[in-house]
Design a protein around this ligand. Structure first.
Ligand SMILES: [Zn+2]
Ligand SMILES: [Zn+2]
Length: 252
């Protein structure tokens, strides 16, 4: 299977109405029917966890996912908030029923100064939280949209390039050792103008042995399958399906 086909037939980042940011149309039923129409083989539901949703709220989706009739292989994951330390807000035992856990270093429970106040301090804090996430014992399978808040220009270059290559290498080496995959996510402000930087950072991740996922982060049905930026990136990096993460079903 070519890489484009591989990417457009699987998606592990789709929100239902359990996420307050998702459109009302994002019911499990509508999402699965849409996935069938656009040719998904594998689909992961991943609502926000922490802040407002609890593990019990997400567990409530299980009956719907097991009862719906479809040829699409369904997985239940989450997009969990982290503490200021970078640790996920819920420990591994509370999310054991999930098939996978995504965390995002920009979804933080705690008092964090806004990015615009001091972008460099934000970047250092972001990298520090990722250190904490890598060092903790909690369950983490995927780092969600890592570059989303690092794409603005600061002092003449994209913020993500203010982190030296050696520091990126260190972070990605840690992720690879822990088996944490990195999500490619084209939903980013300024994506075209920071594309070179995005490619540089992903290349370092690839060289350090990090696996990838490519996702839509759909909050509406129209967004599902929107992976053109991810396909271009994967092709530019010469990635093959073996460079991508695949889920395994939890024991529940
Ligand atoms: Zn997110
Ligand atoms: Zn999301």
């Amino acid at each position: 299977m070519g890489i484009a086909k591989h990417i457009v037939t699987q998606d592990y980042h789709v929100h239902t109405t359990l996420s307050v940011c998702a459109l009302k149309e994002m019911t499990v039923q509508n999402i699965v029917r849409r996935a069938e129409r656009i040719g998904y083989r594998l689909l992961g539901i991943s609502d926000h966890l922490g802040g407002y949703n609890t593990p019990a709220d997400l567990r409530g989706l299980t009956p719907q996912l097991t009862e719906i009739e479809t040829d699409v292989e369904l997985f239940l994951g989450c997009e969990m908030c982290v503490k200021l330390s970078g640790e996920p807000v819920f420990p591994a035992e509370e999310v054991a029923f999930l098939d996978y856990v995504m965390v995002a270093m920009c979804h933080v429970i705690g008092d964090l100064p806004p990015l615009k106040d001091d972008p460099k301090a934000w970047l250092d804090g972001w990298a520090g939280r990722l250190d904490g996430a890598i060092a903790c014992d909690d369950r983490i399978n995927i780092l969600a949209h890592p570059l989303r808040t690092l794409g603005g220009y600061y002092e003449g270059k994209p913020l993500m390039l203010h982190l030296p290559p050696a520091r990126w290498e260190e972070l990605f080496r840690g992720m690879a050792e822990r088996g944490i995959a990195m999500e490619m996510c084209g939903v980013m402000e300024n994506y075209p103008t920071v594309y070179d930087a995005v490619r540089v950072v992903h290349r370092i991740a690839h060289e350090q042995g990090v696996k990838f996922t490519a996702s839509s982060d759909a909050h509406g049905l129209d967004r599902m399958g929107f992976q053109c930026t991810n396909i271009r990136l994967a092709e530019d990096l010469g990635l093959t399906p073996e460079d991508f993460w695949t889920p395994t079903r939890s024991a529940k």
